[in-house]
Design a protein around this ligand. Structure first.
Ligand code: NAD
Length: 472
């Protein structure tokens, strides 16, 4: 970011302004939506294993309270600074609005490289950060609900919920103070694969739109499409898995130290196991090596899924990209220069702000589970199975025919938690894709899907302010 003419937060503001032109909201209201409402910048001391006291720099930003609570991850990284946390918090407001998750945007950050600390030190830092948030009323199931982000995961979320609960004894909904928790601490099934599955659902919906596909010169549907995935981490792995399971061919997988290509398609699980054993995807049996990993982005394919890092497609390589659709699974994989080149070349960019919203959507489901104090499916699973069994036996009796055992089990099956979470995510991603596309199609002046997504977000947040009676 350092050689950019403007900061990360300013670049978010620029994208906002570009889209705001296509809305009719009062200038003052637009200014309010853009602003970060509350910024908590903190420093606290932590005693390290060697007896040294280190002063830790950390932040929590609540961008918008147009809906409560605020929601957004906590990252542990050397790069954390106030501007970055502000930008990420504002993106969370827009992301939540687009996928109809009724939260305001928030984000937190601790400026540490987690690899340089022992587990015990990390636990002390996380717990102290949580108690600082409690002291200032910056955390709570109805106030602000963090989640994992870069450098944090289930373990840190378990420390946060435990600290919160010990400081707020008797708070019945305390488990909803953070999401991304282990299942045993109130987490929800289906969260691990949520972002990759959301990426798949979003792209599948785009591929099911005949007019869009005709414009890209592609046939309707995901089946048979060729896909290149960059990054075989959580998001890339699961995106590849769902594309493959639905009949697409993942012809290349790129990792940080090399990429592989196979025209017949790759199985992500087998490639992952190979990488675990050999430290690289290179030399995977039956595949061609691509030693310069970034060259995989320029392969012939229908769909390109960058699922690793930011700024990987930029002014230098965007003209060499041959994909017809780019699905931004990572956050910010395209620079604004690349965006302009793709608009000019007619390549469809499906934007990160909503495409990778599967994580926050399922976080919303986790929060609802925590507030309702019941596992999804517990109330209806048995009832549904009994009813399905009854309907099936009636139909078999009336028709005199019997369905196969496999079909019987499928029809009878009542929903488990993971079924309901996947289904809720599918509905969310389909609805969000259609809303954005409708906005884009309704105004030929809107240059790209990203701007249409922003317009959608601005309209929803502005409307909520109206609903609150703030701007009658
Ligand atoms: P991850 O750490 O699990 O995976 C990233 C993968 O990318 C790793 O396998 C890494 O080796 C690989 N990689 C690193 N540099 C590379 C390079 N130069 N070329 C190719 N591969 C490279 O991370 P993740 O959780 O999968 O996140 C990936 C991206 O998706 C990030 O931008 C993240 O912000 C975004 N994202 C993640 C989630 C989520 O739920 N995990 C949600 C929204 C957005």
């Amino acid at each position: 970011m350092s050689n950019q003419p403007y900061s990360f937060f300013q670049s978010v503001e620029k994208s906002f302004d570009k889209a705001a032109k296509f809305t009719k909201w009062d200038k003052g209201l637009l200014e309010q939506i853009k602003a970060c409402n509350s910024i908590y910048s903190m420093r606290f001391p932590v005693k390290m294993d060697d007896g040294r006291i280190e002063v830790i720099e950390a932040y929590r930003v609540q961008h918008s309270q147009h809906k409560s609570p605020c929601k957004g991850g906590i990252r542990f990284s050397d790069e954390v600074n106030q501007d970055e946390v502000m930008a990420l918090a504002s993106l969370m407001t827009y992301k939540c609005a687009i996928v109809n998750v009724p939260f305001g945007g928030g984000k937190g950050g601790i400026k540490i490289n987690p690899r340089k600390y022992s587990v015990y030190e990390l636990e002390k830092i996380t717990r102290r950060y949580t108690s600082e948030l409690v002291k200032k009323n910056f955390i709570g199931p109805g106030i602000d609900v963090p989640a994992p982000d870069y450098g944090t995961g289930e373990r840190e979320m378990a420390w946060i919920v435990d600290t919160y609960q010990s400081l707020k004894p008797g708070e019945i909904d305390a488990a909803g103070c953070v999401t991304g928790k282990p299942i045993t601490q109130g987490g929800v099934r289906g969260r691990k694969e949520a972002t990759g599955l959301g990426v798949f659902f979003g792209i599948r919906e785009v591929c099911n739109m005949p007019d869009i596909m005709a414009k890209q010169g592609l046939s309707v549907g995901v089946e048979g499409k060729t896909v290149v995935v960059q990054g075989l981490g959580n998001v890339g792995y699961h995106s590849a898995k769902f594309f493959r399971e639905h009949g697409a061919k993942v012809v290349a997988i790129a990792e940080h130290n090399g990429a592989i290509y196979c025209a017949d398609g790759l199985n992500e699980e087998e490639v992952f196991q190979f990488k675990q054993k050999n430290g690289s995807v290179l030399n995977y049996p039956g595949a061609t090596n691509i030693f310069k990993s970034e060259e995989a982005l320029e392969l012939e394919c229908d769909i390109l899924i960058p699922a690793a890092l930011e700024n990987v497609i930029n002014g230098t390589n965007a003209r060499n990209v041959k994909a017809k659709i780019i699905g931004e699974a990572a956050n910010g994989p395209l620079t604004p220069e690349a965006d302009d080149i793709f608009t000019e070349r007619g390549i469809l960019v499906v934007p990160d702000m909503y495409l990778n919203a599967g994580g926050v959507t399922v976080s919303y489901f986790e929060w609802l589970k925590n507030l309702s104090h019941v596992r999804y499916g517990r109330m209806e699973k048995r009832f549904t199975e009994n009813m399905n069994t009854h309907i099936l036996s009636q139909m078999e009796g009336l028709s005199g025919k019997k369905v196969s055992e496999k079909e019987r089990l499928f029809i009878m099956h009542g929903p488990d938690e993971v079924d309901l979470v996947h289904s809720g995510l599918e509905e969310t991603m389909i609805a969000a894709t259609r809303e954005i596309m409708d906005i884009w199609k309704s105004n030929p002046e809107i240059p790209d899907m990203r701007t249409a997504a922003y317009v959608n977000a601005i309209n929803k947040v502005a409307t909520s302010y109206g609903e609150l009676g703030i701007f009658p």
